[in-house]
Design a protein around this ligand. Structure first.
Ligand code: HAM
Length: 410
């Protein structure tokens, strides 16, 4: 679990600000749900056989009450809230959330035990147009931030076509068990789809020839998948079909997708999602189609870092250097004026030697310094010093705000 210090937070704010602005353009509204939910919600929603529920959840007893868990993801809690507040009566809903999630995984680059997701969930629309809109929106978000992770797309079928496929896959994996790793053999019985996700080199030949669900989709799933592909083509969203893309959560049907980046090393997925048409009903609500995704903020920050794009800076436009009491009073007055005008500025409230104050101005990255003392306070004029070029210009203090426009924020 990481501290995110002020120097790094500008990057996070840039990501979240961009997401909020974009989601608003698509009609998504923010929802905030608790980080603690009943254990049973995740067992039923995400799936008892998944690694997330089985191995990675932080579970605890609350003094004899029901078993609770720190949320490992945002979808189950969002669906619970949707049901609990009867949100379906207001027609289709588009919600988003930003917040911490918890998984007890082995930490490594891009994989942490507390991490942060930006996620969206849309309820009430079964049509492929919603899948297209959501994937395109996520693509749009990456573009706005100046990165282009690769999109992988698959259909994981539904209750009509998946059972027969799973039986076929299980039979194939059992027949070839000798060539598979222990993990794969273990998963063959419990969660055969996850076997397709195995990265172990030795398993690859067998997995490459495994039966593919995309070749066995029922008519409904096939039609849906083709419409999603066509919709993405129409919008110019590039993707790669990956018949072996499976997700680590059980609720998905039909569309499943992931955005991956080479900048991340082995934890290459920066975002993932898909359709979950049966989940609302499974969790006790009315039959309601749904689709969503979540992106990992830590991973997106790593990609932005690797791309070399500078984080937007939060630096003062002006730093007031004060040489006496009159100067300090004047600085406080002028700082208040600038802040009212929306111009970030600062001063060293300790006063002290001018040299030390200039040093502080440099440290915080101020663009200009203004030296104030009794004579400046009396004349109403002071020197504006450019901290980079060291050039100085004399100006009327009353015209300071007009001279400095608010710096654009990220
Ligand atoms: P997920 O694929 O498990 O999906 O997680 C989404 C993203 O969260 C991943 O692509 C990754 O960037 C980030 N992430 C996951 N685990 C970690 C970790 N231990 N450390 C850092 N980042 C991590 C879900 O959680 C689904 N609820 C997404 C969804 C929403 N599907 C439908 N609606």
């Amino acid at each position: 679990m990481n501290d995110i210090l002020p120097g790094a937070v500008a990057r996070w704010q840039q990501i979240e600000r961009t997401a909020r602005e974009l989601f608003a353009l698509y009609g998504y509204r923010e929802v905030r749900t608790p980080v603690v939910e009943p254990y049973a919600l995740f067992a039923r929603g995400v799936g008892e056989a998944t690694d997330i529920v089985n191995k990675e959840m932080y579970v605890f007893e609350d003094k004899g009450e029901e078993k609770l868990a720190l949320r490992p993801e945002g979808t189950a809690g969002t669906v619970r809230a949707y049901i609990e507040h009867g949100a379906h009566v207001d027609g289709p809903q588009k919600w988003f959330y930003i917040g911490p999630m918890f998984r007890r995984e082995r930490p490594q680059k891009g994989r942490y035990r507390q991490f942060h997701q930006i996620g969206v969930e849309s309820f009430g629309v079964a049509e492929p147009a919603m899948d297209v809109e959501q994937v395109a929106m996520l693509d749009d978000l990456f573009r706005r931030l100046g990165v282009v992770p690769a999109l992988e797309l698959n259909s994981v079928g539904d209750a009509v076509c998946r059972p027969a496929y799973l039986a076929e896959l299980r039979e194939y994996l059992a027949r070839n068990a000798a060539g598979l790793c222990d993990d794969c053999r273990d998963r063959t019985g419990k969660n055969p789809l996850r076997v397709l996700d195995c990265k172990v080199e030795g398993c690859q030949p067998i997995l490459a020839s495994a039966p593919r669900l995309v070749d066995r989709l029922c008519e409904g799933c096939r039609g849906h998948f083709e419409a999603v592909e066509k919709g993405l083509d129409d919008l110019g969203v590039k993707y790669r079909l990956n018949p072996r893309l499976v997700r680590g959560l059980d609720y998905y049907v039909r569309t499943a997708f992931e955005f991956t980046s080479d900048a991340l090393g082995s934890q290459s997925a920066v975002a993932g999602g898909g359709r979950y048409d049966g989940l609302v009903e499974t969790l006790g609500g009315p039959p309601t189609p749904g689709i969503g995704f979540a992106l990992g903020e830590e991973r997106l920050a790593l990609i932005l870092e690797a791309s070399g794009r500078p984080a937007p800076e939060d630096r003062p436009e002006v730093f007031f250097v004060t040489v006496d009491d009159a100067g300090r009073r004047e600085a406080l007055r002028r700082a208040a004026e600038l802040r009212r005008a929306g111009i970030p500025c600062d001063l060293d409230a300790r006063g002290g030697k001018a040299k030390a104050q200039f040093k502080q101005a440099e440290r915080v990255g101020a663009r200009y310094a203004v030296v104030l003392g009794q004579s400046e306070a009396e004349s109403g004029q002071a020197k504006l010093k450019d901290m980079q070029s060291r050039e100085e210009a004399l100006l009327d203090l009353s015209g300071l705000a007009a001279r400095l426009r608010p710096s654009p924020r990220g």
